[in-house]
Structures are given as structure tokens and as C-alpha cells.
Design a binder for this molecule. Structure first.
Ligand code: ADP
Length: 472
């Protein structure tokens, strides 16, 4: 059984309870995990608070060295980590290897950034006065993470936090906690002092309430659904915590009639195959100009025919199952809704012997803007094609959502790029490509997609506070 990691020790939960972690490709039990509740959460907060007093004063260079070791060991253990991700999350082994590299890249980047935390010397308004602006670590950080990227969603938060001198309590998703515990083992071996990093999971509501109510927790960083994010944001108000949120998206993908169709198709497919379409920046609404719609749709179908669905551990598989049966029921309802509103299913792949967690690649045409597929996160390998004629109209439709995370446009017209980029209300825009997230750039959304940025030169600022000092 997997134990919790609190204050540098592997411990049972206080309640003695445990929960199952299931492989979605086979429905087999992978492991049982100690289930944390209120008391375990309090223990982890106390440990993180105690550790913070020392960790904040450890030299940036020494913090950097530990993170660098952690990065090296993630790369050395790449294959084990990737296999663990496949087993508990379901994605293909190729995709899991990409995730490990991506996850590790944040550790490498922030190991370097630890040494580049600069304050300011501000010009004085009085003779004999020195004005200083320090950047100091915010304190104990609670990080609540989802199941779609079991490694990367954790490292994107803990690497900047640890680099900044904060201490962290991570609550990974109960669907995919084993990758998180594996990372804890590597961090421990890298020489991180006890209490700087803690992992608890189990009763999400109890843990969430205890973390948000605690005065000792100074920051909450959350990646997950908009509904839970909003609730945690509200709960954090009482103790005026710093909050960063990476919430849902409803990414438009606009292919204009002057687009390079082959390039656009390739981009769309690669977005849809990343975590089986279960990523918050995944293409959600595909707007294709009427003049190229049938050529584009047929090209997508040709590519979808090549997808091999199955257990992600099989090297020939390119698409695994969804995270669970509930996710599959949700997407089936969306598809039925679209069909009832007049859409046609252009393609649905067939495969036999797959369990109820698998969603087969599907392409749907002629979708109405009142469909659930327009307004909801699809989170499945389903391509929903809308058509348009006019640039202004498609921009208005693309912006017509409460979300503002990622968006994508394909066009060969430079002036159009400027116009559309200016008009799109999104935190991130991919032009003629879908690869918008790297450790060196900032990731995040506007509107109800979130608050704050992860990665890039701004990523570490989220974990720092200003302290202004005026010396006479
Ligand atoms: P998803 O729909 O992607 O599973 P969730 O928002 O439900 O998104 O999950 C993201 C993270 O939020 C997970 O770690 C989950 O356990 C956690 N979570 C869910 N409910 C709560 C809650 N009431 N309090 C704190 N964390 C929660």
C-alpha cells in the first residue's frame, strides 16, 4: 500500500482508511493509497510551516542544486515514470514520455530561475534615505492538481515554489496519485529537507477545506475544473490567500480558407491525441471556412482512421482510454445532444474488446452553436466541426464563451494574423501551430479560465511577495 508523504516520512493515514487506484485501460487494481483527511492535512500544514522557517533562508544556489538533481533523476527514471503515468492515467506510452520530458523541463528551468530572483533599489525622495524592494517567498503553498498530466501539473507548481523558497503541500488527484508519490521519492533522494514537500490525498473535500481554512497556508494554486476552482477561490477569501488558478478552456481552432490545410490537420490531430483530448488547452471547437470544410473534414477522417486505440503500454497504440466511465458517459451525452440538434457523425472508428472507459475517435460535422459541444469542454478524442464564412463572425463566435485559455488560428495571411490575434480574448494563441506550452513561456488564461501564470520568467513571481523597506 502507498503511504502519504508528510514531513519527510512515509506515513499511514490517521483514519487507517485507504482507496483504490485503478488502471482505466484494464480496470485492474494498481495499488491502494492511504486516504488522508483533516488530521493528516493539519500535520502536513504544520510540517510545511516549520520547514519554511529554514527553507526560506537556504541560499538560492543550494535550492537550485537540489532542483537540478531532481531534474536529472526525473530524466534517469523517465521510462519508469512514463509507464506509471500510462498505468494510472491511460495515455499512450509515447505521450507519457513527452509528458515526463515536459514535466522535467519545468524543474530544470526553475532550478535556474532560483538564482535570478531580483528585487529593486528604488530612487529615494529624501536625502540619506535608501529604498529597497525585496522579493520574498510567500510561505506555505497548497497545490491541488488534476489527473490529466499526473507529473507535469505537479512540477509546474512545485518547481517554482521550491525555487522561490516556499514549502509545499501537494494534493494530487485521487485518480492518479502514484506518479506524485514517485516524484516525492525522487525529490527526497535529491536532498530536499523534510517538510519542504508533502503529499496527501484521499478525502478531497476535507483536505480542500482544511487547506483553505488554514491561516498558515499563504497561497493556493489549483489546476482543475472551473467549478471546484471557483469554490476554492471563494473559500480562500476568508484568510486572504494568494490564489492562482488554471481552470477550464473551450479552445477555438479557426482554419481560414487561406490556411495550409495539411498543416492545420496535423496540428488538430496532435492536439486531440495529447492525453486523449483530455487537456485544458485541447482544441474544443473547430471552425472551418465553408470553402475548405469538406476537404478539411475528409483529411481529419483519413488521419483518425490511422489512430490505434488500446492499452497505452502497447507501443503501437496512439490513443488510450478516458480517465473513467463517467467521463465517457459525459461525452456520449454531448454527442447525442449534437445529433438531436441536427449534426451528422462523419466518422466513428470501430474497435473491439475495449472496456467502458474507451471513447472511440469521432468526427462530427455541422454543429449548431446551441449544442453542448459548443459550450462545454469535450475532453475526449472527438472533433466537432463548425463552419463559417466571415472573419468577424467567427471571431465573435470564438470569443462567445466564459473561457479564455488557449486558441488557435491557421492562415497564411500576415495581416489577418494581426487582426485576429488582436481580437481574440484568450491568454494564449497558437498561430499555425498548437505547441504553445513550454517551460520558457508563460501559461495561463483570462476570463473564467484562471488567474496567474505558470512557467516562463513570470512563473516564479507568483510564489514571491514584495517587501518594501525604507532606510533613513
Ligand atoms: P476534473 O474534472 O478534472 O477531475 P476536478 O476539479 O474535479 O477536475 O479535480 C481537480 C482536483 O481538484 C483534483 O485533485 C480533485 O481531487 C480536487 N478536488 C475535487 N473536489 C475538491 C474539493 N471539494 N476540495 C478540494 N479539492 C477538490
Amino acid at each position: 500500500m502507498q503511504k502519504l508523504y508528510i514531513n519527510g516520512e512515509w506515513v499511514e493515514s490517521k483514519s487507517g482508511k485507504a482507496f483504490d487506484v485503478i488502471n482505466p485501460a484494464t480496470n485492474e487494481l494498481i495499488d491502494r493509497v492511504a486516504s488522508a483527511g483533516i488530521e493528516d492535512t493539519i500535520d502536513s500544514i504544520d510540517a510545511a510551516e516549520e520547514a519554511f522557517r529554514k527553507w526560506r533562508n537556504v541560499l538560492p544556489k543550494d535550492r537550485s542544486k537540489i532542483l537540478r538533481k531532481f531534474y536529472d533523476s526525473m530524466i534517469q527514471n523517465r521510462e519508469d515514470l512514463a509507464r506509471l503515468i500510462v498505468v494510472e492515467q491511460g495515455k499512450s506510452i509515447h505521450d507519457a514520455r513527452i509528458e515526463v520530458d515536459y514535466a522535467a523541463s519545468f524543474v530544470e528551468w526553475f532550478s535556474e530561475e532560483a538564482k535570478r530572483i531580483y528585487g529593486d533599489i528604488v530612487p529615494s525622495t529624501k536625502v540619506g534615505q535608501t529604498l529597497l524592494n525585496y522579493k520574498e517567498p510567500i510561505g506555505v503553498v497548497a497545490a491541488i492538481t488534476p489527473w490529466n498530466f499526473p507529473a507535469a501539473m505537479i512540477t509546474r507548481k512545485i518547481a517554482p515554489a521550491i525555487a522561490a523558497g516556499c514549502t509545499v503541500i501537494v494534493k494530487p488527484s485521487e485518480e492518479t496519485p502514484l506518479t506524485a508519490f514517485y516524484l516525492a521519492k525522487l525529490l527526497e533522494e535529491s536532498g530536499l529537507p523534510k517538510g519542504v514537500f508533502n503529499i496527501i490525498c484521499g478525502n478531497a473535500a476535507e483536505i480542500g477545506n482544511t487547506l483553505t481554512e488554514s491561516k498558515k497556508v499563504r497561497m493556493l494554486t489549483f489546476t482543475g475544473s472551473t467549478i471546484i476552482g471557483k469554490m476554492l477561490y471563494a473559500k480562500s477569501a476568508n484568510t486572504v490567500k494568494k490564489v492562482t488558478l488554471e481552470l477550464g478552456g473551450n479552445a477555438p481552432f479557426i482554419a481560414f480558407d487561406d490556411a495550409d490545410i495539411a498543416l492545420a490537420v496535423q496540428g488538430l490531430i496532435s492536439s486531440k491525441l495529447r492525453a486523449g483530448g483530455q487537456s485544458c488547452i485541447c482544441v474544443n471547437r473547430v471552425f472551418v471556412h465553408e470553402n475548405i470544410a469538406s476537404e478539411f473534414a475528409n483529411a481529419i477522417v483519413d488521419e483518425f482512421k490511422k489512430i490505434k486505440v488500446g492499452n497505452g503500454l502497447d507501443e503501437s497504440v496512439t490513443l488510450g482510454p478516458l480517465i473513467n466511465k463517467a467521463a465517457n458517459i459525459k461525452i456520449s451525452k454531448m454527442i447525442n445532444d449534437a445529433v438531436n440538434k441536427g449534426s451528422s457523425i462523419l466518422f466513428k472508428s470501430d474497435a473491439e474488446g475495449l472496456n467502458e472507459n474507451f471513447c472511440l475517435p469521432t468526427v462530427i460535422m455541422n454543429i449548431n452553436d446551441t449544442s453542448l459541444l459548443y459550450e462545454s469542454e469535450i475532453f475526449a478524442p472527438v472533433v466537432s466541426i463548425f463552419t463559417f464564412q466571415d472573419e468577424e463572425d467567427v471571431i465573435a463566435r470564438a470569443n462567445n464563451t466564459q473561457y479564455g485559455l488557449a486558441s488557435y488560428i491557421y492562415t497564411e495571411d500576415r495581416k489577418r494574423i494581426d487582426r485576429v490575434v488582436n481580437a481574440l480574448e484568450y491568454g494564449m494563441i497558437g498561430v499555425n501551430n498548437v505547441t504553445i506550452s513550454t517551460e520558457m513561456t508563460s501559461f495561463g488564461g483570462i476570463k473564467e479560465s484562471g488567474l496567474g501564470r505558470e512557467g516562463g520568467k513570470y512563473g516564479i513571481l507568483e510564489y514571491l511577495e514584495d517587501k518594501f523597506v525604507a532606510i533613513n
